[in-house]
Design a protein around this ligand. Structure first.
Ligand SMILES: [Zn+2]
Length: 103
């Protein structure tokens, strides 16, 4: 399945130009219990609907950005640059292996 994903820097492009890096997660604060840490590392919400995700424009400007996408229809509602102080949403330092295939 193919769809257009608007890069905040380049505009709408085919999704094949991008790498999906998973839904956003919130890092546990303080001293998390082993259960909280395991949940953070291994479990995802896997939303059937609109979810907030990390994307990387690997065959374009190499920008990391956030997108709100409906996982049922692949409709992209919004893309934006991450804010530097966004709690729980640190930008990955290098391309991550996606949790699930993008297409
Ligand atoms: Zn781009």
């Amino acid at each position: 399945m193919s769809f257009l994903l608007p890069c905040p820097n380049c505009g709408p492009r085919d999704v094949g130009e991008f790498a999906y890096a998973g839904e956003t997660t919130a890092r546990p604060q303080g001293s998390p219990s082993p259960r909280e840490l395991a949940s953070y590392i291994h479990f995802r919400r896997n939303t059937a609907g609109v979810q907030r995700e990390w994307w990387y424009h690997r065959f374009g400007c190499e920008l990391w950005f956030l997108a709100e996408r409906d996982t049922r229809t692949n409709e992209v509602l919004k893309t934006e640059l991450p804010s530097p102080d966004a709690a729980g949403t640190p930008a990955p330092r290098e391309p991550a292996i996606p949790d699930t295939p993008a297409v």
